[in-house]
Design a protein around this ligand. Structure first.
Ligand SMILES: *Cc1c(COP(=O)(O)O)cnc(C)c1O
Length: 366
């Protein structure tokens, strides 16, 4: 079969430019960039584009994505972002050069695995500075374990330390938080007698410190995905309006209209529960012109996060297979077979790139 729609159009040149801008500005602050590809499901075409822009590593949370990129011939070092399960460790050392870690038991397993194979794997130990997701809370234990890895292990090599903020606890990566991390690095350096290769300050949400030249000395690494791929998190959600050198339009979705009808906007009959076992609220706006399109939550995740290019189209809702649009004021006489265009948000990009039911086309390979 040959599927035409939904189609996800990916402009590689825009992703390349975003990567170049990010890498260059970070380099001016002494910071190397790990280009994070998990948001686009590690598609090798995108991974290759980002690696050409001079990132130090490619980062992902999923082993399968690194395997796929390796098989596609991408030889950039890989960094595993999700702290691995014990069961994953043989594959971690096989497919990744670096990984983030928060349990000494896992590092010991890595060390054994590497020693058996006569190889090395670099670990970045994570400190939790308040976001209460992954990482050591007890900073004495953190320093002790870092020094133990540095002094006692040979297969597992201490590459450095890192932190992650703003993911679970919504804590802002401030200059003060970054200074807490560099203080930990200084202490480890003082006791071990040598500097760390990597002091990794965070994700895209730490990038404003680079943009405004307020990143403290000592942070020399960031792990950046959203900023390169979409840049919506910073520019539209967190409202940093002066980063417009980063393009937010690299991904575009085309979906097909399958029904257009005038219908009441309020359901009729006895209420039970919808497909998700919920009873949503409905607003009665009278008879409206509604379009169904062949794109649903199975393909895009939360449909409400999509941004229609035509701002007069309103997204009313969706189910796993359909989106429902109010097109009463859309300005054209929509017909079945017409296409509607949307910009995806991060969660939409994640689903669309992973879906086997979405055609992907790549434009402007740099
Ligand atoms: C996903 C992730 C990143 C990258 O996040 P972006 O918001 O896409 O820049 C960095 N670090 C860790 C640990 C992650 O899980």
């Amino acid at each position: 079969m040959s599927r035409l729609y939904p189609e996800l159009q990916i402009d590689l040149q825009k992703i390349y430019q975003n990567s170049l801008e990010t890498v260059r500005r970070c380099a001016e602050s002494g910071i190397r960039v790990c280009g994070v590809i998990k948001g686009c499901s590690g598609l090798p075409e995108i991974a290759r584009t980002i690696s050409r822009a001079g990132v130090s590593q490619l980062g992902t949370s999923r082993i399968e994505e690194a395997v796929r990129c390796r098989e596609a011939g991408i030889s950039t070092p890989f960094l595993l972002l999700r702290v691995p399960g014990m069961s994953e460790i043989p594959d971690v050392v096989r497919y990744f050069d670096y990984s983030l870690q928060s349990e000494l038991a896992a590092v010991l397993r890595i060390d054994r695995e590497c020693s058996a194979r006569g190889m090395h794997h670099k670990v970045i130990m994570m400190a939790d500075l308040g976001d209460i997701r992954e990482g050591y809370w007890d900073k004495e234990a953190f320093i002790r374990d870092c020094l133990f890895i540095d002094r006692q292990l040979d297969g597992a090599v201490l590459a450095g330390i890192g932190t992650n903020l703003g993911c679970y606890g919504a804590i802002k990566p401030t200059r003060e938080k970054m200074e807490e991390l560099t203080a930990l690095a200084d202490e480890i350096c003082r006791q071990s007698g040598h500097p760390l290769e990597i002091i990794s300050g965070g994700a895209s949400n730490a990038y404003p410190l680079v943009h405004y030249h307020t990143m403290p000395q000592g942070i020399n690494h960031l792990r950046i995905g959203d900023n390169i791929l979409l840049s919506r998190g910073l520019q539209t959600k967190l409202n940093y309006r002066d980063m417009d050198y980063l393009d937010m339009t690299a991904f575009l979705v085309h979906a097909e209209v399958v029904e257009v009808k005038e219908k009441p906007s309020y359901p009729q009959g006895e209420f039970a529960l919808n497909a998700y076992g919920k009873l949503p609220e409905f607003e009665d706006r009278g008879i409206r012109k509604r379009a169904l399109i062949a794109l649903g939550e199975a393909d895009v995740g939360d449909v409400a996060e999509l941004l229609p290019l035509n701002s007069r189209i309103r997204i009313i809702g969706g189910s796993s297979d359909y989106m429902i649009l109010d097109v009463t004021e859309c300005g054209s006489d929509l017909q079945p077979g017409d296409l509607i265009d949307f910009y995806p948000e991060y969660i939409n990009m994640l689903h669309l790139t992973a879906s086997g039911n979405v055609r992907k086309t790549f434009l402007n390979e740099p």
